[in-house]
Design a protein around this ligand. Structure first.
Ligand code: DSN
Length: 479
């Protein structure tokens, strides 16, 4: 995938670090070794290209550029303006969006910017207009307090954390539930799928300012046309958090009513999951929200990271290629094969399968918790994460679920045969795993013979699909 120049530059950087900061270089090398010795099945992770990584290591990190292109609070932003405009233009082309704001440092930050922009456009602006003032600075204390209370009392309706939503979708311990009045919809208790009739019923009762769709752990498609209809019926702004599946949208694996871009007023995403870019976030929106979204920094965010924005531009360019479309289709095909084989092997899945890149194993009918299985799988050389299943009796720490995702293994080049082997290894580990004691919800045991077999089968897969084969750590001499 990478050319010789990228390899040379990457190795030179590591070699340099090993001279000037051996402890840091050593941890980077160890991280590579760890990632090389495990099958990465964390649904929200991926492997970015060496070029995406290299683009972040430069002097752009030294530049302050609060504001947005051609409207900055610092001098000397001409180059940063050009880079940010290029990244935004590529993002718009990739997703077919009216406007792209590429500054958010993460998906959570992107969500904050989006919520704030919607509150600004829909509540603050009309409030100011009614009083004949331009901005909140011109309000007296009493008026400002009324504005503040009005903003806080607006309703956000999103998928509950337990049903696969995200912390920033109004989870009570998160800021999103304190800046607004948060209410939730759940998945159906039996099918574990979204029930659009029920969502419409809740929306009619709650009259939300914002209807939010999107997930971190929901293995099925969302019908965004239906969600938009609900939003329109109750006069809500429709926001979609596509952090998990943005790469599947960009790569055209999600089309029609499953592609949210033409249905949502505002969309948010991370750039490092299925999209395979640098760690970061982004907001897409229609023209109505553009001006408020652009003011995300400095009103919501700290200073932009121009070196990361440069890398986002590289990633968007990579995602505009036919190779990326093939990748996105394979991510979905691999998840489906993984799910089918797990079921064949007797593993229970939430909703009985998947439409996207993730699979949610249901351990609730076993004596195991997600915490136990997560730990045992890491010993076997598989990284995944424990995750709540809908209405989880074990809560968020121990959980009754394991979330698996195919974006990273697909990047390595794995296909259906490999997914079947991965499923069989995981199923065998789960079948042979037992709680360590009646009291423990965290620790499990497994026969050493089974563990040894699992490890060697994992290693056989890793040997065939090496991570960053261009990088020879011996050459770097930082170990
Ligand atoms: N941490 C991300 C995930 O794993 O889904 C969401 O924030």
């Amino acid at each position: 995938m990478e050319n010789d120049l990228a390899k040379t530059a990457y190795l030179a950087t590591l070699r340099h670090l090993s001279h000037v900061a051996p402890t840091i270089a050593k941890q980077i090398a160890l991280e590579l070794q760890t990632q090389r010795s495990h099958l990465k099945l964390i649904a929200s992770e991926n492997y970015s290209s060496l070029t995406v990584q290299l683009a972040m290591g430069n002097l752009l990190t030294d530049k302050y550029c609060e504001g947005y292109p051609h409207h900055r609070f610092y001098a000397g932003c001409e180059q940063v303006d050009a880079i940010e405009e290029e990244a935004a233009t590529l993002a718009k082309e990739l997703f077919g969006a009216d406007h792209a704001y590429v500054q958010p440092h993460s998906g959570a930050d992107a969500n904050l910017v989006a919520l704030w922009a919607i509150l600004t456009e829909r509540i603050q602006t009309p409030f100011m207009e009614k009083l004949g003032r331009k901005n909140p600075d011109q309000l007296n204390s009493e008026e400002f307090e009324t504005l503040r209370q009005t903003l806080c009392n607006q309703t956000l309706l999103g998928l509950s954390l337990g049903s696969g939503g995200h912390l920033t979708h109004g989870f009570r311990q998160n800021f999103s539930a304190k800046m607004m009045r948060a209410v939730h919809y759940d998945v159906d208790p039996t099918s574990h799928r979204l029930d659009y009739g029920k969502i419409a019923e809740i929306a009619r009762k709650e009259r939300p300012l914002i209807l939010l769709a999107g997930y971190s752990a929901y293995p099925r498609h969302i019908d965004f046309a239906k969600m938009r209809e609900i939003a329109d019926e109750v006069g809500a702004t429709f926001m979609v958090d596509m952090a998990h599946f943005a790469g599947l949208v960009a790569g055209k694996a999600f089309q029609g009513v499953n592609n949210p871009v033409s249905y949502a007023h505002v969309l948010t995403t991370t750039t490092h999951k299925t999209l395979r870019g640098p760690r970061g976030g982004m907001v897409l929106c229609n023209k109505e929200f553009r001006d408020s979204v652009n003011k995300g920094c400095p009103m919501v965010l700290g200073g932009p990271l121009p070196h990361v924005i440069a890398s986002k531009a590289i990633a968007f360019r990579e995602a505009l290629t036919p190779e990326f479309e093939r990748y996105a289709a394979q991510v979905v095909a691999n998840a489906r094969t993984l799910a089918e084989e797990l079921i064949k092997e007797g593993v229970s899945l939430i909703t009985g399968g998947t439409d996207n890149h993730l699979v949610l194993i249901d351990l609730s009918k076993t004596p195991l918790t997600g915490r136990m299985v997560e730990t045992i799988l890491v010993e076997a050389g598989i990284t995944s994460n424990r995750n709540m299943i809908p209405f989880d009796p074990e809560g968020a720490w121990y959980t009754s679920g394991i979330r698996l995702g195919t974006p990273a293994l697909t990047t390595l080049g794995m296909g259906s045969d490999e997914m079947r082997e991965v499923a069989r290894i995981i199923a065998k580990v789960i079948r042979n795993c037992k709680p360590e004691s009646a009291k423990s919800r965290a620790r499990a045991t497994i026969e050493p013979k089974i563990m040894k077999e699992a490890r060697s089968r994992v290693q056989a897969l890793l040997d065939r699909y090496p991570l960053y084969p261009e990088i020879d750590l011996e050459e770097v001499a930082c170990g």
